[in-house]
Structure formats: C-alpha cells, structure tokens
Design a protein around this ligand. Structure first.
Ligand SMILES: [Zn+2]
Length: 260
C-alpha cells in the first residue's frame, strides 16, 4: 500500500511540473489523459426521465451499436469481453459540470447511466454526503495512454493490477464512473472505502443501478485491487439482484448468460 501512495505523490509531482497534462488522473485505474469532448453532448440532469427498472427496459437498452453485443451486462475483464477499437457508445451525454470533481468537468456517460449517476450524486448530497465524479467514459485510445502510463512507471505486472489493457476497461462501456470526495482530496484511493462517503456508496449505489466492480479482497477473482470508487451501471433491477446475491460483479454477470 505504501508504494502506491508514493507512486501517487510522484504522479501529482509530475502534474505540478507540467510534465503531464492537467487532465491526468493520479489514481487507481484512472490516470487517463483526458481529452476535451469534441462534440457537445446533451446534458443529463435530474429532469432526465427515470426509467422503470424492469428487465425488459434494461434489455431494450442493451444493444447500442451496429457492432452489436455491447450490453449493460457484458462480462468484461482483462481476458474477456474486449471492445472494438472504434467502439464508442452512441448515446453519450454530458453530465452537468457541477457534479464533477474540480478540474474534471466534461464527463460523459451513456444517457441512462448518466441520469442514474446524477440521481445518486444528488441523493448523496441531500443526505449530507458530498460525492463528485472524476472519470467516466474513456475511449479505446485514451485507455491505451492510461495503461501505458502505468506500465512505464511501475512495470506491466503492477500496471495490470490497477489498469485495464485497451478494449478491456469498463470505462469504455460508457456506463462506469469513478467517484470521490473532498475528504480524500478528490483522489481515487483505497482508503475512500473507509470514509463515510465510501460507506455511503457501498450501502446505496445499487439503489441507483450501480455495482462496485472491484470489491475488497476480490483481486483473486477480478484481477484488480479494491476500488471502492469504481461503480458500473447495470440497471436498478439487476443491481438489486447483485446486491442481494453478495457475489463479485463479474461472477454475477457470468450467471446472466449474456452473449460475450
Ligand atoms: Zn474506474
């Protein structure tokens, strides 16, 4: 754990020195070189129409491109579920900047996931828990840079514990978000899970359709260290089932028998 902290300070140093662009995230699997969104996207607000959490609705939202089989419930890990180099969800919308971590405006997600995330952040706020979003959709190209960044600094073995090879990041699905709080300096670090904000996410994310992909002590199954900040939208009905099951997300999704 200590080596991770040192690594992050190093990253912050690089940021401060201007060696790395200001969009670089000093955190878990997220040190993406964030590029500005080239096209204006619709903004997801609380007025976005909530969708009924029925299986039928979720299924209807599954296929989003002619490439097909890019689904809310797709099994995706380091070895399976690879996404095409040119896969970009067709329904990305921009999340209102007031929900973003300072300096990380312009976050985009698929429309349904974006609306759900805004509802989650708003509900947290109303309960006195300040959460903001730091990273969301990442393209294949951005993930190439993210992964290479970690390989260059810590070697491939360590990079793989914290970052996904391009095409194998849940962030490319456009349904995944990394969230953080002021109390951890808006960073994405494991101790977030022990803060009241992290505990709130653990207790309530499923109510908004999100699952925590990489739980504590799950590395042998997921291949990733504990990432209490990384949540993936699977729809409220499925998320409720997942929570009840107590399963690690990737195992739960395998059971869904979704085409891969
Ligand atoms: Zn993440």
């Amino acid at each position: 754990m200590e080596s991770r902290r040192i690594g992050r300070r190093e990253l912050l140093g690089l940021l401060g020195s201007g060696v790395i662009g200001a969009g670089l995230l000093a955190c878990g699997d997220e040190p993406a070189i964030v590029v500005s969104t080239p096209t204006p996207a619709p903004v997801a607000t609380l007025s976005s129409t909530p969708r009924p959490a029925t299986t039928a609705t979720v299924t209807a939202a599954l296929t989003v491109t002619p490439q097909g089989e890019v689904t809310l419930l797709r099994v995706i890990d380091k070895d399976r579920g690879g996404l095409a180099r040119d896969y970009v969800p067709s329904d990305l919308v921009r999340i209102e900047d007031r929900w973003a971590v300072p300096g990380f405006a312009g976050q985009t997600m698929r429309a349904e996931a974006a609306a759900a995330l805004v509802r989650l952040l708003d509900a947290a706020d109303k309960s006195g828990t300040e959460l903001r979003v730091r990273s969301t959709f990442r393209s294949y190209g951005e993930q190439v840079g993210t992964f290479q960044f970690w390989v260059d600094r810590f070697g491939e073995a360590q990079a793989k514990r914290e970052s996904a090879p391009a095409g194998h990041s849940e962030h490319q699905l456009g349904t995944t978000a990394d969230i953080s709080s002021r109390n951890i300096n808006w960073e994405l670090l494991t101790p977030f899970g022990d803060l009241p904000e992290g505990k709130w996410v653990d207790a309530h994310a499923h109510e908004f359709g999100f699952a925590i992909s990489y739980p504590r002590n799950g590395e042998a199954v997921t291949g990733y260290i504990y990432e209490p900040w990384h949540i993936r939208y699977i729809g409220t009905a499925r998320a409720a089932e997942w929570k009840r099951s107590g399963m690690i997300l990737v195992k739960f999704l395998e059971q869904m028998n979704v085409p891969r």
